[in-house]
Design a protein around this ligand. Structure first.
Ligand code: HDD
Length: 704
């Protein structure tokens, strides 16, 4: 029998003539002949051959003895868990929330007590309708779910990038979702609302009209998760140590300002890079440009609620910021990508009912229904009641209870006591002082199935949203409605929908009706509340009004060829870096190009793989010879003409003119197409990029 060799903790060792390595935890790893750890089964058994199944003779049948093959395939066959019934496609990141000031006057929530306090966070962004593998730039609501691991347990603020919702009642949620998902007989369209079932349901559900205005706006096609707002949607309560309640609405404001893409662009991005939003978040965090949002609150009391035009429990209504300003209370920074997508982003379980002491619910019927729903979905998705044992879902504060057993229990009680009260003076105890106290709201009434009358005005805020938009944004809403309804095959649904628009804005309705080819306009839809209020516009609702001042966080696409002007190229890079923006070099070959000064530069994309829809602005720097070569490339023409049509800023050198001619834009140069004659022109060009788009160009290119 071979003799065991004694090993010291840090040393490699030999047992039974095997090479061994002691790991960080003191465990011994078997090493393969080349020094790498030996491949093992899930039971830890070393594997000799992972290339061939065990069979009877080289050409014979497989043998049932092959436990390694059986285990490997068994595990593979079980890799998938059910995708989320909504918000299936998502992308998450870790970070922290930092409190600005003590909010003790309003809430006893521990995370809001001390200025500068940092609370670990995990955020998952998502689309709603598409399945897990769908594309990022669907016209859709974006989920904005935040898990804050507070010292008093996890707080999940499960919001969206739109502050209102389609329905007022949770009982309608399955109908809403069924209608927007692929139709059940044909199972298409994927990740799209442009089909009969969705618009049928919507046109029969007038309460959805306000949300529809948002979803048809550019809010539903954000440029990046980093450039969108988030909202808690419902009215919640803050409750302080004296058990006094203040109503609160939560807003996340992106530090880099708002930005969306054009629909024509979105459609092309989906083809060029279906992972556009994921890649953007990944790249910015990996490169140290950490996205940031401010958490802002609207705080109000019952007196305000009583005098406000709408019911603060109605999730289809906002409180305009001009009426009740938002107060910044902290910032959220995302600075770390998950190490494993499945373990973290897929298995993270958000639940609206996860609130710490000091945060409570209102009677919003949608919120109350949500509080009932989310636990079920996690049980279904994650397979058992112990999903809180998964590291991504476990609280980061100490926790103690007598819950035990069940599938995959990772934390198990030790000792005799697993109940209370007990005589053994052991175990955790409830604490009326420190424990969660529900706000003692006084409630009374008869049991009814009734929608309050105060929820009946479905058009006033829909109109307010529309009239708060700038002219280009209004054009986009009309174009989006026209596009979506053009995909509806049943004329009566189109008409019914336009009859609702008549109640929102007659000009919008007639624009859409005309674009759909209506011979005459339908009558306005019957309204539950016949008089529409004429609300003041709220400029805070416009994306363009809330855009950035600088090009920071955006990306310039620089088209180069061999012989491109090195001085202009270098000046561009310097200015872009100074603006804290990024760039990609697009070249005829991925191998890169040699600039006019003889220096070689690497390309990030070859022309076919880097269409201009992937960039916020473009610079055309081909040399004379390069430009004439690009004349033969369809994707090079598209690069130029798409950038122009999408109203982007374009910087160009003289030698790019033949290419611009070929792309059909050389004769329509405007203030957004800037000549880069010398390095000195570059600063002015990069400064102009902060405006992001030349919307004045839009009517001439008929973008939508
Ligand atoms: Fe929901 C997921 C946001 C209404 C039922 N919802 C889900 C997610 C977000 C929202 C962001 C994805 C969380 C993640 O990334 O894992 N949902 C909202 C908002 C709503 C809303 C802002 C209205 C204001 N949801 C809503 C209702 C119901 C649900 C009315 C049911 C009555 N939602 C669910 C769910 C999901 C979900 C079925 C699917 C996957 C999950 O929960 O974890 O339970």
């Amino acid at each position: 029998m071979a003799k065991k060799t004694k090993t010291s903790p840090s040393d490699n060792a030999t047992i039974h003539d095997q090479k061994l390595h002691r790991g960080a935890g003191g465990e011994l790893h078997q090493l393969a002949e080349d020094g790498m750890p030996v491949l093992t089964t899930a039971q830890g058994g070393p594997v000799s051959d992972d290339q061939n199944t065990l069979r009877l003779g080289a050409r014979g049948p497989a043998l049932i003895d092959d436990f390694h093959f059986r285990e490997k395939i068994f595990h593979f066959d079980h890799e998938r868990i059910p995708e989320r019934v909504v918000h299936a496609r998502g992308y998450g990141a870790h970070g922290y929330f930092e409190t600005y000031e003590s909010l003790a006057a309003y809430t006893r929530a521990d995370l809001f007590q001390r200025p500068g306090e940092k609370t670990p966070a995990f955020v998952r962004f998502s689309t709603v309708a598409g399945s897990k593998g769908s594309f990022d730039l669907a016209r859709d609501v974006r989920g904005f779910a935040v898990k804050l691991y507070t010292q008093q347990g996890n707080w999940d603020l499960v919001g969206n990038n739109i502050p209102v919702f389609f329905i007022q009642e949770a009982i309608k949620f399955p109908d809403l979702v069924h209608s927007v998902k692929p139709e059940p007989d044909r199972q298409f369209p994927q990740a799209q609302s442009a089909h009969d079932n969705f618009w049928d349901f919507i046109s029969l559900t007038p309460e959805s009209m306000h949300m529809i205005m948002w979803v048809m706006s550019d809010r539903a096609i954000p440029r990046s998760f980093r450039f969108m707002e988030g909202f808690g949607v419902h009215t919640f309560r803050f409750v302080n140590a004296a058990d006094e309640s203040t109503f609160v609405k939560f807003h996340w404001k992106p530090k880099l300002g708002l930005q969306s893409v054009a629909w024509n662009e979105a459609v092309k991005i989906n083809g060029a890079d279906p992972d556009f939003h994921r890649r953007d978040l990944w790249q910015s965090i990996q490169s140290g440009n950490f996205p940031e949002w401010e958490l802002c609150v609207q705080l109000f009391d019952q007196d305000f609620a009583d005098t406000f035009d709408f019911d603060i429990l109605d999730p289809t209504k906002i409180i305009p910021e001009e009426i009740l300003p938002v107060k910044p209370i902290g910032r959220l920074v995302l600075d770390r990508m998950p190490e494993n997508f499945f373990a973290e982003t897929e298995q993270v379980a958000f639940m609206t009912q996860n609130v710490p002491p000091g945060i409570d619910f209102s009677n919003d019927p949608l919120l109350q229904g949500r509080n009932f729903s989310y636990l079920d979905t996690q049980l279904k998705r994650l397979g058992g009641p112990n999903f809180t044992h998964l590291p991504i879902n476990a609280p980061k504060c100490p926790f103690h209870n007598f819950q035990q057993d069940g599938h995959m229990a990772m934390r198990n009680p030790v000792g005799r006591v697993n109940y209370q009260p007990n005589s053994w003076n052991q175990g955790p105890r409830e604490s009326p002082v420190q424990g969660y106290r529900h706000f003692p709201a006084e409630e009374q009434g008869t049991k009814v199935r009734l929608r309050p009358e105060s929820f009946a005005d479905h058009y006033s805020q829909a109109r307010q949203f529309f009239i708060s938009q700038t002219a280009p944004e209004q054009r986009h809403i009309a174009a989006a409605l026209t596009f979506e309804l053009s995909k509806v095959e049943t004329p009566v649904i189109r008409e019914r929908m336009v009859s609702h628009l008549m109640n929102i804005d007659e000009t919008l309705a007639s624009k859409v009706g005309h674009a759909l080819g209506f011979k005459s306009m339908p009558k306005p839809a019957d309204a539950a509340m016949p008089t529409r209020q004429d609300l003041e516009p709220s400029p805070a609702l416009s994306i363009i009004e809330r855009g950035p001042k600088r090009f920071e966080g955006r990306k310039l696409g620089i088209l180069v060829t061999d012989g491109s002007d090195a001085a202009i190229f270098k000046a561009l890079l310097a200015e872009i870096t100074e603006q804290k923006a990024t760039f990609e070099v697009i070249a005829p070959k991925i191998g890169g190009v040699t600039l006019s000064d003889g220096n070689w530069i690497e390309a990030h994309q070859m022309i076919d793989g880097g269409p201009s829809v992937l960039y916020d602005a473009v610079a055309l720097l081909p040399s004379s010879a390069g430009s004439s070569d690009l004349l033969k490339e369809a994707t090079a023409h598209d690069f130029v003409s798409d950038a122009f049509v999408h109203c982007k800023f374009i910087g160009y050198v003289e030698t790019a003119l033949p290419l611009m001619q070929k792309a059909g834009i050389a004769d329509s140069l405007d203030e957004g197409v800037l000549a880069l004659r010398a390095a000195g022109d570059v600063a002015a060009f990069v400064k102009a990029l902060g405006k992001l788009r030349v919307w004045g160009r839009e009517p001439s290119v008929k973008l939508n």
